[in-house]
Design a protein around this ligand. Structure first.
Ligand code: G6P
Length: 611
C-alpha cells in the first residue's frame, strides 16, 4: 500500500527518491510522485513531479525536467479518497509545504470544510491535502514548522504516517506516525525516511522505528524525535539484515513464479528453524504462556494468512485438544471479543504491518492476552509488539499474491501445533517423531509437485475460458479450497469460490453445469470417501471435475469422467502444505494465459495498511 521515502541529503536526491520508491513497489500502488526543495536564497521552492500508473511514468516525468535539490520526499499512492490521477497523486503541496501520507485521515471532511470557510482552496479530492492546508494555515499565522506540526497532529483522527517539506526550512524534513509504519535511516551526514527498512536498505542499514504517536524532525546530522506528548525521546538504532540489492526475478518471468519455485528451499529453511532433525523433535523458543493452562487459543489474520490460521485450527484442535477460535482481523477487531483470563492469541502476517491484524493484536493486548506472532518481516510492527515472534524464513516476498509466505506460515503453525500437543501431553514421543518426519519431507514433496508443473499449465488453458470456478475440500483441504479460489480470482479475475465439500449441497450445487469447472482437493485421508461422494454428485449433474490427489486416491476413486492430477503421496498431516502448491500453479498459469498483471493484480496491495 502507500509507500513513503524522504531524504535530507548532502547531494541531489531526485534519483535516489525514485530508487527508494521502486523498492516499495511491492506494496502495491497506482500513482507516484516526488517533491524536492529547490534552493533559492533564503526561501526554497517546492518542485513536484507526479504521474498516474507505474513508477516508470514518474521516472519519465523526472527525466524530462529533473527537479534539483538536496531535500525531498517521495510517495507511491494506493487510492483511497479520489481516483488514481495526477492531481490526486502525492505529494500534496501549497507554496509553503509539501506532504506525503500513508493511511486515512478520518475526519478530513470537517477539517476541509473549516479550511475552505477560511478561504483555503483545494486542488485534489484527497484526505491528505487537508494536512498540507492546515499546516500552511498555521505557518501563515506565524508559527514555526515545529509548532505547526504540534498544532496539526492532535486535530487529525485516523491512522497515518506522513513526511513534510517546508519551503522556508531547506535543512529539515518532518515526519509523524500514528499506526502506519515509518522508519528513520541514519547515513553519513544524511538522514533518510521510509515506510520500511526495505525502502532504505540501499542507502543505510542503520534504522530506527518511530513508535505510536511519535513525530520527528530530521536534519542532515540528527533526528530529533518527540512522543505524542511532545517530549523528546530516543528510539534505538538497529542494524537491519536486509540486503541493499533489489530483489530480482532471476530467470523467471514473474516474481510470483520465482517465489513459487523457491518454496522447497524456504520451506526447508523454515522447517530447519522449527525442528531438531537429529532429535526428531520440535524446537521452538519457550512460549510466552503455559500451554497446559490455556482454555482456548485465538488466531487472527487477513487474506491468505487467514487461510493458514484456519488450517492451524484443525491441527491444534486435533493434536493438542485445545479449543481454537479463528477470525478475520477486520471482524475480530470490532466485535468486542470475549477473551479468557490469562489467555493467548496468535497473529499471522507476512508483512507484519497489516493494519487490521495490528489493531486486533492491540485489542488482545488490552485484554491482557499473551501475544504470539507468525511473521515474515522480523522488523515489522506486529513482530515488535509481540511477546514472541515465530519467524517464517520465506525471504522477501514481492509478488502481491502470497505464496511462499503461506507455505512457510503453515510450517511454523504445524510446528506450533506439535509443540502445544507435547506440552499438553496429548501426543506421545512416537507420534511427535512421526509428525516431525512428515514435516522434514515437505520440501521434497513440493519439489516433486513443481516437477509436474506442465500438467497444471495444460489445465490452465481450459480454466482460462471459465467464467466461474468452484473449489471444494474437506478438513484441512477446505482452507486450501478457499486459498485456491482466492488465488484464482485475485490473479486471473475469474470468479471463483471455495467451499467445504459437505456444504456444496446447501447452495453451490445450483451453479453446477458443464461450464463451471469444479476443482476438488482430495488427498486420500480419512475424509476421502466423503469427498468422493461429493464428486459423484457433481458428475451426476454434468459438472466438470478436476481432482487433485495422489495415485492411491485416484485409484480409490476409480471413477471415470474426471480429470485427475496426481500429487506425491504425503502424510495427511502435511497435505495442506503440499497441496497449496498445485492451487498456486494453477492460478499462476491461468493468469499468465489470460495476460493479467501477475505480480501486481489490479486494485490489490501487498501490505494493507488501511482498514
Ligand atoms: C494482502 C495480500 C495478501 C495477504 C494479505 C495479508 O491482501 O495481497 O497476499 O495474504 O494482505 O497480509 P499479511 O502481510 O498480513 O500476511
Amino acid at each position: 500500500m502507500c509507500g513513503i521515502v524522504g531524504i535530507v541529503g548532502r547531494a541531489e536526491v531526485a534519483h535516489r527518491l525514485v530508487e527508494g520508491l521502486k523498492r516499495l513497489e511491492y506494496r502495491g500502488y497506482d500513482s507516484a510522485g516526488i517533491a524536492i526543495l529547490r534552493e533559492n536564497g533564503v526561501n526554497a521552492q517546492i518542485e513536484r513531479r507526479r504521474a498516474a500508473g507505474k513508477i516508470a511514468n514518474l521516472e519519465a516525468a523526472v527525466a524530462a525536467e529533473p527537479p534539483r535539490g538536496r531535500v525531498g520526499i517521495g510517495h507511491t499512492r494506493w487510492a483511497t479518497h479520489g481516483a488514481p490521477t495526477v492531481s490526486n497523486a502525492h505529494p500534496h503541496a501549497t507554496d509553503r509545504v509539501a506532504i506525503v501520507h500513508n493511511g486515512i485521515i478520518e475526519n478530513y471532511r470537517e477539517l476541509k470544510d473549516e479550511l475552505i470557510a477560511k478561504g483555503r482552496r483545494f486542488e485534489s479530492e484527497t484526505d491528505t491535502e487537508v494536512v498540507a492546508q492546515m499546516l500552511t494555515d498555521y505557518l501563515d499565522q506565524g508559527m514555526s514548522a515545529e509548532d505547526a506540526m504540534a498544532h496539526t497532529m492532535p486535530r487529525l483522527v485516523g491512522a497515518f504516517a506522513f513526511a513534510v517539506l517546508f519551503a522556508d526550512r531547506s535543512d529539515i524534513l518532518v515526519c509523524a506516525r500514528r499506526s502506519s509504519p515509518l522508519a528513520i535511516g541514519y547515513g553519513e551526514g544524511e538522514m533518510y525516511l521510509g515506510s520500511d527498512a526495505q525502502a532504505l536498505a540501499a542507502m543505510t542499514k542503520r534504522i530506527s522505528y518511530l513508535e505510536e504517536g511519535d513525530w520527528a524532525v530530521l536534519a542532515r546530522d540528527r533526528a530529533a524525535i518527540h512522543d505524542a506528548s511532545g517530549a523528546a525521546v530516543e528510539r534505538p538504532i538497529r542494524t537491519t539484515e536486509l540486503s541493499g540489492a533489489l530483489v530480482g526475478k532471476g530467470n523467471y518471468r514473474h516474481y510470483m513464479e520465482k517465489e513459487i519455485h523457491e518454496q522447497p528451499e524456504v520451506v526447508g529453511y523454515t522447517v530447519m528453524g522449527t525442528i531438531d532433525a537429529n532429535a526428531r523433535a520440535v524446537k521452538l523458543p519457550k512460549l510466552p504462556f503455559d500451554p497446559a493452562q490455556l482454555s482456548r487459543l485465538t488466531l487472527v489474520a487477513c487474506g491468505t494468512a487467514f487461510h493458514a490460521a484456519l488450517i492451524a485450527k484443525y491441527w491444534i484442535e486435533q493434536l493438542a485438544r485445545l479449543p481454537v477460535e479463528v477470525d478475520i482481523a477486520s471482524e475480530f477487531r470490532y466485535r468486542a471479543a470475549a477473551m479468557p483470563k490469562g489467555g493467548a492469541a496468535v497473529f499471522v502476517s507476512q508483512s507484519g504491518e497489516t493494519l487490521d491484524t495490528l489493531a486486533a493484536l492491540r485489542y488482545c493486548r488490552s485484554q491482557d492476552q499473551r501475544i504470539l506472532s507468525v511473521v515474515n518481516v522480523p522488523e515489522s510492527t506486529i513482530a515488535r509488539e509481540s511477546d514472541l515472534v515465530l519467524r517464517t524464513l520465506a525471504g522477501p516476498e514481492i509478488g502481491v499474491a502470497s505464496t511462499k509466505a503461506f507455505t512457510t506460515q503453515l510450517v511454523v503453525l504445524a510446528s506450533l501445533a506439535i509443540d502445544l500437543a507435547r506440552a499438553r501431553g496429548t501426543i506421545d514421543r512416537a507420534r511427535e517423531m512421526a509428525l516431525v518426519d512428515a514435516l522434514t519431507h515437505v520440501p521434497s514433496h513440493i519439489a516433486a509437485v513443481l516437477q509436474s508443473r506442465a500438467r497444471f499449465k495444460a489445465l490452465s488453458h481450459k480454466l482460462a475460458e471459465a467464467r466461474d470456478v468452484l473449489y471444494l475440500g474437506r478438513g484441512t483441504s477446505y482452507p486450501i479450497a478457499l486459498e485456491g479460489a482466492l488465488k484464482l480470482k485475485e490473479l486471473s479475475y475469474i470468479h471463483a469460490e471455495g467451499y467445504a465439500a459437505g456444504e456444496m449441497k446447501h447452495g453451490p450445487i445450483a451453479l453446477i453445469d458443464e461450464d463451471v469447472p469444479v476443482i476438488v482437493i482430495a488427498p486420500p485421508d480419512e475424509l476421502f470417501e466423503k469427498t468422493a461422494s461429493n464428486i459423484q454428485e457433481v458428475i451426476a449433474r454434468g459438472g466438470r471435475v478436476v481432482m487433485f490427489s495422489d495415485a492411491k486416491g485416484i485409484e480409490r476413486f476409480g471413477g471415470t469422467g474426471i480429470d485427475a492430477i496426481a500429487t506425491p503421496a504425503v502424510d495427511p498431516f502435511v497435505a495442506p502444505i503440499v497441496y497449496a502448491v498445485p492451487v498456486q500453479l494453477l492460478a499462476y498459469h491461468t493468469a499468465d494465459v489470460k495476460g493479467t498483471d501477475v505480480d501486481q493484480p489490479r486494485n490489490l496491495a501487498k501490505s494493507v495498511t488501511v482498514e
